[in-house]
Design a protein around this ligand. Structure first.
Ligand code: BGP
Length: 470
């Protein structure tokens, strides 16, 4: 194994999945605070119910209490030899009302977190919006469907760039931005009105976020001269189920819809050539100004960042076969791959394929900012013997190394996640990804104490040897 000098080994989290303290020190409610635990899955595509706030258990209220335990968590990351820590800022902590005055206590919290990272030589990698925004922006504007949000996001971005310019060099705009065409509330704070064209809403939101991201890229370069700012995509290569040309076509189209479309916008600042036909067939009419088109071209991302958990298999419509679940999408079950308990197909070689496909197409450096396996686990003798996690990451790191040997420029690798955190899709604690066990149960009970798993020591060797010891 050989990795470039300065390769960024680390781990990733998101504010609403770890912080808790959901109303402390002036934080406003965020859209993520309206997502209940397991029940959230049922309503992802019918999110009106979330605004009624009528469920019993909201995991983001306490999450894993990072807000009060960040020092211990960052010390543990430092012990593992992390070179970077990817995390997100809660927009609602900085702008509780979505607009107006910034909340000094919120800003001061992230100062403390970044200082703690820098104390150990850990580079913060910061996502501006990880599946949340101030709830008031949904109530007032119906979220990202309103172009007003572009300006408000720019204000927020400028505020944090100014504040943290001496501390943070790596930034990401929207987490898994390609999810927004489907998950308009989850990723865009927008409820599609009954009878409206949901596709049109989805693509208009994507457009508005692309313009906002481009403005953030320009502001970032203006304010922090040595910063690098990237887009972030949920990436899963889509394989054809058979060599039947119809399957090949179906897989190609699925990959374009899932990720290619958004990547062209964020990485190249233009709509893909096939957009015209797609819009025609789905009766989509977007509000795009010439000025916005110019902004998109000027504000392309410096690098591409991805989450990688699995590959998918696409086939022509009439194909019958067992379905495989996935992160943001599903497909036909691939007979060559094993799956996690949640049905996500494990495919290390798919990571090499992904990195090559993306680099071949965009020629921009790639940052793997999420990769991991969710497992049901129990603490025994103050630890967890998670050999399966070690093997999952080892195999993915090997394939990442192959891609680097192929010539792909890879900036770093973040595991999801340093410690067990609340699951984004299911709201469970039981879906554990961490190298550190957190004693919190689904219902919020537990001591919240942290325990090193077996993988902790393994990853420590990886980080400290720059990937030579696997
Ligand atoms: C990505 C998200 C994360 C995260 C991870 C694991 O989609 O960016 O927020 O949680 O996947 O997914 P889950 O928590 O749903 O298992």
């Amino acid at each position: 194994m050989s990795f470039p000098k300065g390769f960024l080994w680390g781990g990733a989290t998101a504010a609403n999945q770890i912080e808790g303290a959901y109303l402390e020190d002036g934080k406003g409610l965020s859209t993520a605070d309206t997502l209940p635990d397991r029940e959230r899955v049922k309503y992802l595509f019918d999110p009106k119910v979330f605004l009624e706030k009528k469920f019993d258990n909201y995991p983001s209220e306490t999450a894993i209490d990072f807000y009060h335990r960040y020092k211990e968590d960052i010390a543990l990351m430092a012990e593992m030899g992390y070179k970077c820590y990817r995390m997100s800022i809660s927009w609602a902590r900085i702008f509780p009302k979505g607009e107006g005055e910034a909340n000094e206590e919120g800003l001061a919290f992230y100062d403390r977190v970044f200082d703690e990272c820098l104390k150990y030589g850990i580079e913060p990698v910061v996502t501006l919006s990880h599946f949340e925004m101030p709830l008031v922006l949904t109530e007032k504007y119906n979220g990202w469907i309103d172009k007003k949000l572009i300006g408000l996001f720019e204000e927020y971005a400028r505020c944090v760039f100014e504040r943290y310019k001496g501390k943070v060099k790596y930034w990401l705009t929207f987490n898994e931005v390609n999810s927004v065409t489907l998950l308009t509330y989850h990723s865009g704070g927008c409820i599609v009105p009954e009878g409206a064209n949901a596709d049109e809403y989805g693509y208009q939101i994507l457009h508005n976020q692309a313009v906002a991201a481009a403005k953030a890229v320009m502001a970032c370069h203006e304010i922090i001269s040595d910063a690098k700012i990237g887009c972030m995509i949920c990436y899963a290569p889509v394989y054809a189920y058979t060599c039947n040309p119809e399957d090949i076509m179906a897989a190609m189209q699925q990959e374009r819809d899932r990720e290619g479309f958004a990547l062209d916008l964020f990485a190249e600042g233009r709509y893909p050539y096939y957009a015209k036909r797609l819009f025609l067939e789905k009766d989509i009419h977007l509000n795009i100004t010439e000025e916005e088109e110019r902004i998109l071209v000027k504000g392309t991302s410096d690098f591409i960042s991805i989450s990688y958990y699995m590959s998918l298999t696409g086939a022509r419509k009439e194909t019958e076969g067992e379905r495989a679940q996935g992160n943001m999408g599903s497909g036909i079950k691939n007979p060559y791959l094993d799956s996690t308990e949640w049905g996500w197909q494990i495919d290390p070689v798919g990571l090499r394929i992904s990195l090559n496909r993306l680099y071949d197409r965009y020629h921009k450096p790639i940052f793997i900012v999420e990769n991991g396996i969710g497992v049901k686990e129990e603490l025994k003798d103050n630890t967890v013997e998670d050999d399966y996690r070690i093997s999952y990451h080892r195999e993915h790191i090997k394939q990442m190394n192959e891609a680097i040997a192929d010539g792909v420029e890879v900036l770093g690798y973040c595991v999801w996640s340093p410690m067990d955190i609340v699951s984004n899709s299911t709201g469970e604690m039981a879906k554990r990804y961490g190298f550190i066990y957190v004693d919190r149960n689904d219902d919020g009970s537990g001591s919240y104490n942290r325990y090193r798993k077996k993988s902790f020591d393994w990853y420590k060797k990886v980080c400290k040897s720059n990937g030579e010891v696997l």
